[in-house]
Design a protein around this ligand. Structure first.
Ligand code: PMP
Length: 368
């Protein structure tokens, strides 16, 4: 096998090796089918089973309530930035409230403004998106009547994450972009009326977006939406109204099977992810004059660890030397700079140990 590097990419991110190996074994011809998963009908029995298992695994892993539909959409999380307000804001009595904790939340709010009025009851922009609102702050901020409240559970670019499910006033319709921490820890899905996630971080390859939506919301959708932008089309046709991204759903099914059988569920995934993130944050905190974590301690992401070095020259050198040691994907997003290490489920603890040792060694060699 060609060498595989240590992949800390923000997304598409690392996938579990056993999943890639299974996909490789199946790629030319699926046992019992005699054709590639890239070649078979989405209406045949093989894909029917794939869809059923993908949904069943998601329901089992997350404890998705019966009154939530599991939908497989396309267009990435960005399409959801449009679909959510088209379905839930158009014609609504009140504006939508977007809690903005980073760049993705800001983009979601900007898209929603194309569909209707939007308010921003809380934003972390003024201090560079380092925080999330505390429980009290969020409850105090969301006071005016709204169609729904939208949150981003993990901000992939800034590395800012809610420590648990955001708490909003009773009766609020809560919508979440969970793209970059979906399936990384147990989640009380019942608290969310709609939760969406592009698959390409923890759940699978790019091309499929999971939407969990409470059944009662479907009744409020306007009648005149384009067919494929109406959640009811997906709910009524088991995500098979048109051709779904068959291969992406198949790999997502394998990833959820791996999470269920090999990892042992989301409690264990969370334990591993906490341990991995702590390895890095410990090194960052050990060198306060040299490394500077971006997020406030209470809002630090377990998925995307972001930090700065004393100069951009040193940041470039860090990334280049890390690449020399086989570690890729560490350059911070172009809008914020610095370093970002993404530690999704499929990133093994040993890879993070190697990175943490490099972080320490780089500091020892470069701190003045
Ligand atoms: N939301 C979040 C939190 C993300 O991390 C991303 C992608 N990195 C997006 C939305 C946009 O996703 P997509 O590229 O699938 O449209």
């Amino acid at each position: 096998m060609t060498e595989r590097l240590l992949n800390f990419s923000p997304g598409p991110g690392a996938l579990p090796l056993p999943v890639l190996e299974q996909a490789q074994r199946d790629l030319v011809s699926l046992p019992g089918v005699g054709a590639s998963p890239l070649e078979v009908s989405h209406r045949g029995p093989w894909f029917g089973q794939v869809l059923d298992e993908a949904e069943a695994n998601l329901r089992a892993l997350l404890g998705v309530p019966d009154h939530h539909h599991v939908l497989f959409c396309q267009g990435g999380a960005t399409m959801q930035f449009s679909m959510v307000p088209m379905n839930l804001l158009r014609g609504a009595e009140h504006p939508a409230a977007y809690v903005v904790t980073g760049a993705w939340g800001a983009k979601a709010a900007a898209e929603a403004r194309r569909a209707g009025p939007v308010t921003v009851p809380w934003s972390g922009e003024a201090d560079g998106y380092r925080r999330v609102p505390s429980r009290e702050d969020l409850l105090a901020a969301v006071v005016d009547a709204h169609a729904y409240v939208h949150v981003t559970t993990n901000e992939t670019i800034q590395g800012v994450q809610y420590p648990g499910e955001p708490v909003v006033p009773d009766g609020t319709t809560l919508v979440a972009d969970a793209s970059s921490d979906f399936l990384s820890r147990p989640t009380d899905v019942a608290r969310f009326d709609l939760l969406y996630a592009g698959a390409q971080k923890n759940a699978g390859p790019a091309g499929v977006t999971v939407v969990l939506i409470r059944d009662e919301l479907l009744a409020t959708i306007p009648e005149d939406l384009p067919t494929l932008l109406d959640y009811r089309t997906f709910a009524d046709h088991r995500s098979l109204f048109n051709t779904p991204p068959v291969f992406a759903v198949y790999v997502l099914m394998l990833v959820t099977r791996w999470l269920r059988d090999d990892v042992g569920g989301l409690i264990e995934a969370d334990r591993r992810n906490r341990h991995k993130a702590a390895l890095l944050y410990t090194e960052i905190d050990a060198a306060p004059g040299f490394y500077r974590g971006h997020a406030d301690a209470a809002a630090r992401s377990l998925m995307n660890v972001t930090w700065r070095l004393p100069s951009e020259v040193l940041e470039r050198r860090f990334v280049e030397e890390a690449e020399g040691h086989g570690m890729i994907g560490l350059r911070g997003h172009r809008s914020v700079g610095g370093i970002r290490a993404s530690l999704y489920n499929a990133v093994p603890t040993e890879h993070v140990e190697t990175l943490a040792a490099f972080v320490r060694d780089f500091r020892d060699r470069n701190a003045g």
